[in-house]
Design a binder for this molecule. Structure first.
Ligand code: HEC
Ligand code: HEC
Length: 417
């Protein structure tokens, strides 16, 4: 099996503009030319993608939800989170920091007891019982015969899954790939007795839905909004900064952030983490397949006006100049190898400067509005609280001179994506 560093293409930022991606656009072009003869062809649709292997997707789903890559050695042995949880984290506390409960794992009796208020949500022992059932999304606990929590670790689902609240707030069916914008990762980590006061202050400063995936590497504190892991199948480069592929980043996060076991080396950002044995690289293909199987959620019809959205599409492609960057069916010009300087898009350069490219990728627009889970904030640092603020940002930055009606139509359109 390849190591994480060798699965990563060795391209430098300049390669983004080279033609190493030409086969796909060419294939799409040919397919469209053929399809045009018989029917209409979406001029920029992501056609031509090979079907995903269902077995690989199924394996990846298990990895995404339940694999800790052995990171218990960090979350248990170093951070001692098992002690924190069993003594101080009641279900009420866990829900208040945004942790979610998978209702499908709850036995009928537990569901009935919960509904009838017969379960003590203020008792940490209940949290341990939920962990024993495998019900806490993204947290894997090992519980011994006397119901002691002995080991705890985290999975990808912690940050990139939430629930639909169908049973109760914070309790419902899993929504994999949806960012958990209620999750206060920093506040959770800061509960560890193993951290210094200065470290705790940084973690506590992030707030819900934010995480800094480079803090423990470069010591800077610039958290970003937890992004969705859905709708990425036809997007060629991941991250706010377009650094590399899904597999590259999955290895990065699994090893440098979750503290799973493996090796991650990238001289471009000065990261070299050796944590044997390798429990990551053999899972990256399946993990990618699962993420690529996660489509963006369908827009919620009740949340926008269809006629206004149709007008907004015209603004998006015309007076708003949005489609000059948010191009094609994926709404991003990263597929054409384009990146943007912070100044060009009116963003703070600080986060980009920590990345491989030092620039921003045009975010592929998908699932922008689906309350309560998906309701902003927007941009890498969450600097736009609402879609109205996004539109206003561009209207000012690019002196577009949009009317109030155009701005409103544009927001309806964004809600329809
Ligand atoms: C502690 C929270 C956290 C965990 C756990 C986590 N991620 Fe992420 N993930 C992030 C953040 C924050 C970013 C945004 C980083 C950036 O773009 O610079 C991100 C980015 C991503 C992206 C890129 C999204 C895009 O729009 O390009 C993917 C895909 C992804 N993560 C998948 C995973 C997978 C798979 C795992 C498990 C191996 C994982 N993440 C674990 C926080 C997390
Ligand atoms: C010059 C290229 C460019 C143009 C023009 C542009 N965008 Fe963007 N857009 C970007 C980049 C780059 C980002 C990522 C910025 C960040 O995360 O800080 C982005 C991010 C966004 C986001 C945030 C998505 C998210 O999930 O955080 C929205 C929404 C958006 N743009 C909508 C628009 C609209 C509407 C227009 C037209 C009024 C527009 N953009 C024009 C490049 C552009």
């Amino acid at each position: 099996m390849t190591s994480p560093s060798s699965t990563r293409p060795s391209s430098q930022p300049a390669d983004l503009r080279a033609n190493r991606w030409w086969p796909l656009p060419l294939a799409v072009g040919v397919a469209c030319a053929v399809v045009l003869l018989v029917s209409s062809c979406d001029d920029d649709g992501p056609t031509g993608l090979a079907p995903l292997d269902p077995l690989l997707v199924a394996q990846g789903k298990t990895v995404f939800r339940f694999d800790t890559f052995g990171d218990e050695t960090f979350w248990t042995d170093t951070l001692r989170m098992h002690e924190v949880i069993r003594t101080g984290v009641s279900p009420a506390t866990a829900l208040s920091v945004g942790l979610k409960v998978d209702a499908d794992t709850l036995p009928a009796q537990v569901r009935a007891d919960l509904q009838a208020g017969r379960i003590d949500l203020d008792d940490p022992a209940t949290t341990v019982a939920l962990l024993k059932l495998g019900a806490v999304v993204g947290v894997v606990g090992q519980v011994d015969a006397s119901d002691n929590l002995t080991r705890v670790g985290i999975t990808c689902a912690l940050c990139h899954s939430t629930v639909d609240n169908s049973f109760a707030p914070g309790i419902g069916k899993r929504l994999d790939g949806w960012p958990n914008r209620d999750l206060d990762v920093g506040a959770i980590v800061a509960l560890s007795p193993a951290l210094t006061t200065a470290q705790k202050a940084v973690y506590n400063s992030w707030g819900p839905g934010m995480y800094d995936p480079r803090f423990n590497q470069d010591g800077l504190n610039i958290p970003v909004v937890l992004p969705p892991a859905f709708g990425l199948r036809a997007v060629r480069r991941e991250l706010y900064t377009g650094d590399d592929t899904v597999a590259y980043w999955n290895a990065y996060v699994a090893i440098t952030q979750m503290h799973g076991h493996g090796t991650f080396t990238d001289a471009r950002i000065g990261v070299n983490v050796q944590n044997p044995p390798d429990m990551v690289s053999s899972k990256l293909a399946a993990l990618s397949a699962y993420q690529f199987s996660l489509d963006k959620p369908a827009p919620v019809q009740a949340e926008f006006d269809a006629a206004a959205a149709a007008r907004g599409r015209t603004v998006f492609q015309g007076a708003g100049e949005c489609s000059s960057c948010h191009a094609g069916a994926t709404f991003t010009d990263i597929n054409d190898g384009e990146l943007h300087t912070a100044a060009e898009v009116g963003q703070d350069p600080a986060y980009a400067q920590r990345s491989v490219t030092e620039m921003y990728r045009t975010t592929p627009l998908r699932g922008l509005w689906n309350p309560p889970q998906l309701r902003g904030p927007y941009f890498h640092d969450g600097s736009a609280a609402t879609l109205e603020a996004v539109v206003e940002h561009y209207n000012t930055l690019r002196t577009l001179g949009l009317t109030a009606a155009q701005k409103s139509d544009l927001v309806h359109y964004l809600k329809s994506l």
